[in-house]
Design a binder for this molecule. Structure first.
Ligand code: 3H9
Length: 732
């Protein structure tokens, strides 16, 4: 942003007295305070103090008629320094710090001269709280504001739950504090959070705004505003409604409820008492496992692109054009991703009929976005034009990347790679969307192994954010860097994994499903198992999930593995899913699977037939069926995930425990407030997890084998995250 840097003369004059994090400058009778703490101006220790000191100085400065608070670099203040939360281990320390910051914000708010926050980028969390302690807020049209604390398992802790409802009313404040979403400047202005949106130079506009307020003697403290919450009854009703809604959306998380409680306290008890309640509730939250989990995940998500031997400056190709082979559900979804990112894409099928059907599905998906108001009809047509259907390889010689998404059949995929090696340019990347198969074999067929990589999109590919990027033995670093960059361009989360059967996601899910099947055989009902997992926080249980994904998909994978003498996981293989497959019960798409579905409905209906099949399977294996508690269901399934996750980590097929967790959160909706299967195991305690594996081995058989890494970490008092922090490199 132009005009933000201090003039060197004023910098020199003030240097001694200046707090390090805030630059002070007088410009045309306005004190301009620039917060400068790269990369996002977070409130690291010392920053709040520096802002406070600078405001005090401006208040006393005879040259200043008004004050503007602005951020240096790309953003206003993006909130508290999240790393700092991990250092808070005692309630007293949290209370003390929160009281201090509340007092500081009151002090800032008491500035006798008009104080205007000028927001560009985002004012988030503590950043918005500082802005709300200013008398006015103006923003660039591209800016956003938000109270995203809930996504870190906490609530706004610097008066946000008290000042925000006073500015924008309880319903909007409840929405922001429980969902944590960013609100664009235009809406924030309409709702009363901002006092103006500045076109042109933000600082110039903010200074003019501040001077205008100084002429009209305008100092307005949001803590004194009672206008928008005057209708206490309506505000309390909004709290009750929000709590009710959270029963469906919070999925076991506590922070959203805590935010409602703090807002409600302010409505009932006024600003001062509400603030005291906020401080207490914040302390409860910041020390919770939920918050620890979500903070770890925040950093895990930002670490994922960091690949030790593929540094940031590794050259990456610019992907300008693409092709997708296979116009089925996956291929069509992947083609949509390219088109959505503005990348022209060829979409190839074998027959015109299959191609037409694939295109019709794509159009239907876009139509549905139009009908939901997420896309205009013109955007639909502009995007469709980017997808060129074809039944030949003509034009493949021009594209920068081909994503193969043909049927999950080893021979078919191998043959496709042979063909792709022939019809594409030597520098073209050849990516397979296989969810399980060995990409080194495809690399061999292509005769261009350094350009071959896996890009395993999750289904539905146009919706799900996760892409496992599978590194083959000979995949070049440039190819990896290109695909990681491409994932970002396609608005996906790309996670690098090694080339083992099922990679990370499906290798682990095989153990998750194994336990679910065996629990069924041992006596738990499908609806009980699903309900236990939903209560734990998963969006759907394993059986309902399989009805959505298709029972046929897993059955075909098992068939392939058996043809080469393998199983997906060790131990007894429950035959029920294969029986369902033989009966043509593939799940929702055939109207029946683990559940029944009435015509046109996706609501699962319990089908007594399943209990009959489970009884039969139990009898065949000589298992006495019994009642199984929810605790055992969760413990068995989560232990299976953690144990296999430990094997994956030690074998080097995932870079870090955090990468496995990001895969499970993004790919399967594992509850964020539990952090992911590896962090969850760390919180349960690895000695407990190991104890369970040993207990299950004694009770159920040797197929429960403790992962060596789990044994070592349990013995040494380590954790998966601690171990990962020390380890680098990935096996292929
Ligand atoms: C809070 O404020 C509580 C208060 O109510 C109470 C107390 C006052 N702290 O995401 P990016 C790092 S809770 C520390 O890749 P982008 C990040 O790790 C907080 N570090 O960039 C990364 O580091 P690295 C409420 C932070 O442009 C680098 O900055 N605020 C923080 O895609 C770049 O980040 C939030 O929850 C932080 N607060 O997105 C906002 N933020 O390069 C959290 C970022 O080493 N932040 N980093 O990997 C965000 O949502 C995004 O980072 C943001 C920029 C939208 C700001």
């Amino acid at each position: 942003m132009a005009g933000l840097r201090l003039r060197s003369d004023s910098r020199d004059k003030m240097a001694d007295a200046m707090p390090e994090f805030v630059h002070y400058e007088i410009r045309d009778q306005v004190a301009v305070l620039t917060v400068d703490n790269p990369p996002v101006n977070a409130l690291s220790p010392g920053v709040a103090e520096a802002i406070d000191a600078a405001v005090e100085r401006a208040a006393a400065d005879p040259e200043a008629r008004a004050v503007v608070l602005i951020g240096a670099g790309t953003t206003f203040v993006a909130g508290a320094d999240i790393r700092f939360f991990e250092t808070i281990t005692a309630r007293e320390a949290s209370l003390e710090r929160s009281h201090a910051i509340h007092a500081r914000l009151r002090h800032i708010e008491d500035c006798p001269k008009p104080l205007v926050a000028a927001i560009h980028g985002t004012a988030l969390g503590g950043g918005l709280e500082f802005a709300m302690a200013c008398h006015y807020r103006v923003a660039a049209a591209t800016a956003g504001v938000g109270q995203p604390e809930v996504s870190l398992g906490i609530i706004p802790g610097a008066g946000g739950t008290q000042r925000l409802p006073r500015l924008c009313g309880a319903p909007m404040a409840l929405e922001m504090c429980t969902l944590g979403q960013h609100v664009p400047a235009a809406r924030a202005a309409t709702e009363g959070i901002l006092d103006g949106v500045i076109e042109g130079d933000l600082l110039v506009g903010a200074m003019a705004f501040a001077l205008e307020k100084s002429s009209s003697n305008g100092v307005r403290k949001s803590r004194d505003l009672n206008l928008k919450i005057a209708e206490t009854g309506a505000a309390l009703a909004a709290c009750a409604r929000t709590r009710e809604g959270l029963k469906k959306t919070a999925r076991g998380a506590h922070a959203p409820y805590a935010a409602v409680n703090a807002i409600e306290a302010g409505i009932r008890l006024g600003f001062d008492e509400g603030s005291r309640r906020e401080i207490e509730i914040f302390a409860d939250c910041v020390l919770s496992t939920e918050s620890r989990a979500m903070v770890k995940l925040f950093f895990a998500e930002r670490e994922v692109p960091k690949i030790p031997d593929v540094p940031k400056d590794t050259p990456a190709l610019e992907i300008r054009t693409a092709a997708v082979v296979g116009a089925g559900t996956m291929g069509g979804g992947i083609a949509m991703n390219y088109a959505n990112a503005g990348i022209p894409v060829l979409l190839k099928e074998v027959t015109q009929e299959a191609l037409d059907s694939g295109l019709a599905t794509i159009r239907r998906n876009y139509q549905s976005s139009v009908s939901k108001g997420k896309m205009t009809p013109e955007q639909l047509e502009r995007t469709m034009v980017l997808i060129t259907p074809t039944v030949t390889y003509e034009g493949f010689e021009k594209v920068d990347i081909v994503t193969e998404a043909v049927f999950e059949n080893f021979d078919l995929k191998k043959a496709t790679f042979t063909e792709l090696g022939r019809v594409t340019r030597p520098d073209c990347i050849l990516a397979s969307n296989t969810s399980t198969l060995n990409i080194d074999e495809f690399a061999k067929s292509s005769s261009r192994p350094e350009k071959v990589i896996g890009t395993h999109f999750f289904s539905p590919a146009n919706v799900m954010k996760l892409v496992e990027i599978v590194r083959g033995r000979e995949t070049a670093k440039e190819t990896i860097a290109t695909c990681m960059k491409l994932a970002r361009k396609l608005n996906k989360v790309g996670v690098l994994v090694g080339n083992c059967f099922g990679f990370v996601a499906n290798r682990m899910i095989a153990y998750y499903m194994r336990e679910a099947y065996l629990l069924l055989e041992e006596g738990a009902r499908v609806e009980e198992i699903d309900a236990a997992l939903v209560e734990f926080g998963m969006p759907v249980g394993p059986f309902a999930m399989q009805d959505i994904a298709g029972i046929d998909v897993g059955a075909r994978i098992r068939q392939y593995l058996r043809s080469i003498g393998k199983e997906r996981s060790e131990g007894p293989q429950c035959p029920v899913p294969d029986w369902l497959f033989e009966m043509g019960r593939y799940g929702q798409k055939t109207g029946a699977g683990w559940y029944r579905y009435d015509a046109g409905s996706r609501t699962p209906v319990v089908d007594p037939l399943i209990e009959g099949l489970a009884n039969k399977a139990a009898a065949e294996r000589g298992v006495d069926r019994r009642a199984i508690s929810n605790d055992e269901i969760i413990a068995r399934i989560m232990t299976a995930l953690a144990n296999e996750g430990a094997n994956i980590l030690e074998e080097g097929y995932a870079l870090r425990a955090g990468d496995v967790d990001v895969i499970y959160v993004q790919g399967f909706g594992f509850p964020r407030h539990r952090g992911g299967p590896m962090f969850y195991a760390d919180t349960v305690g690895l000695p407990v997890v190991l104890g369970r594996v040993r207990e299950y081995r004694d009770r159920f058989g040797d197929y429960w084998t403790p992962a060596p890494l789990l044994e070592r970490l349990a013995a040494s008092g380590g954790t998966f995250y601690g171990w990962s922090a020390e380890r680098r490199g990935i096996g292929a």
